[in-house]
Design a protein around this ligand. Structure first.
Ligand code: CP
Ligand code: NVA
Length: 304
């Protein structure tokens, strides 16, 4: 049994398979060809933070594969009344086939997985957002071919998305340019020795974006850090992806954002809605990659 708690839980050969399957499943979806290998399988989705894309893509995805989803949150379950995560894991995983969790500390999904009888998927923690970066890498490959050897520029906060991009850089073999304001840089302790060859850090976002094949950003304040919003607005004021920044990137550079976006903060309306932006395809691809992921976790490698 495998879990998907961070990108590095899978090897490159597994991602190659999932990306291949995503292409097949997406094509079937577009052609309205039913494919229901997960009939009667049940996905429990636990949300301790808000979500639009993650909830809809997992719920629609499991239905399309023939299964069903149960939506749980902290407020209406015993999780909000301090039932230990280990007990919750033991109970839920006796009743369903697969669990997706969105929560705060990574440690919580790790503890859940350690006590689960079924595969667990990280739907976002403070530390990582593997489903999103999987969709982003797929979106890049779909538009531009292999990402190996390319340069991805991350402009903004050192958060769950940027640390997951760093894992992707090591797995897929590309360079990650990370530009953060002073005081918001990536933590040394979270950059493994094997990551260093793939990471270049900057305090000037224009320098990070220069020549990049993909420019990507995220909100200045992630969920759970709302108390820092005003301080962050000041610190990140120059970290806006605008037309000038996209012009300094490679000629055919793409723009991505995991969404939700704050127009006029981390990205201008012009870039978000511009011709280099693939944010809507990127969001849609959450559905397709997660269907391939659920298929892989429950059925292993399929080639039909
Ligand atoms: N990108 C993403 O995970 O979006 P949601 O927060 O809406 O799920
Ligand atoms: N970094 C953001 C991503 C939202 C999908 C957050 O954690 O709030």
């Amino acid at each position: 049994m495998k879990h998907f708690l961070k990108l590095s839980d899978f090897g490159k050969h597994e991602f190659d398979h999932i990306i291949e399957r995503t292409t097949v499943l997406k094509k079937r979806f577009k052609q309205y060809i039913p494919y229901q290998p997960l009939t009667d399988r049940m996905l429990a989705m636990v949300f301790e933070k808000s979500s639009t894309r993650t909830r809809v893509s997992f719920e629609a995805g499991i239905y399309q594969l023939g299964g069903q989803a149960i939506h749980l949150d902290a407020q209406s379950t015993q999780l909000g009344r301090a039932e230990p995560i280990e007990d919750t894991a033991r109970v839920i995983s006796r009743m369903v086939d697969l669990v997706m969790i969105r929560t705060y500390e990574q440690d919580k999904v790790e503890r859940f997985a350690a006590h689960s009888r079924v595969p667990v998927i990280n739907g976002l923690t403070n530390e990582f957002h593997p489903c999103q970066v999987l969709a982003d890498v797929f979106t890049f490959i779909e538009h531009r071919g292999s990402i190996t050897g390319k340069t991805v520029a991350w402009v903004g906060d050192a958060n769950n998305m940027s640390y997951t991009w760093l894992e992707a850089a090591r797995i897929f073999g590309f360079t990650l340019n990370v530009a953060t304001p002073a005081g918001y840089a990536m933590e040394e302790s979270r950059v493994a020795e094997s990551d260093r060859a793939h990471l270049k850090t900057f305090t000037d976002p224009m320098a990070a974006a220069s020549g990049a094949h993909l420019v990507t950003t995220d909100v200045w304040t992630s969920m759970g850090y709302e108390a820092e919003t005003e301080t962050r607005k000041k610190a990140f004021a120059d970290f806006i992806v605008d037309t000038e920044m996209m012009d300094s990137a490679a000629k055919d550079a793409l723009f991505m954002h995991c969404l939700p976006a704050h127009r006029g903060e981390e990205v201008t309306e012009e870039v978000l809605e511009g011709s280099q932006s693939v944010v809507w395809e990127e969001a849609e691809n959450r559905l397709h990659v997660q269907k391939a992921l659920m298929e892989y976790l429950l059925l292993g490698k399929i080639d039909s």
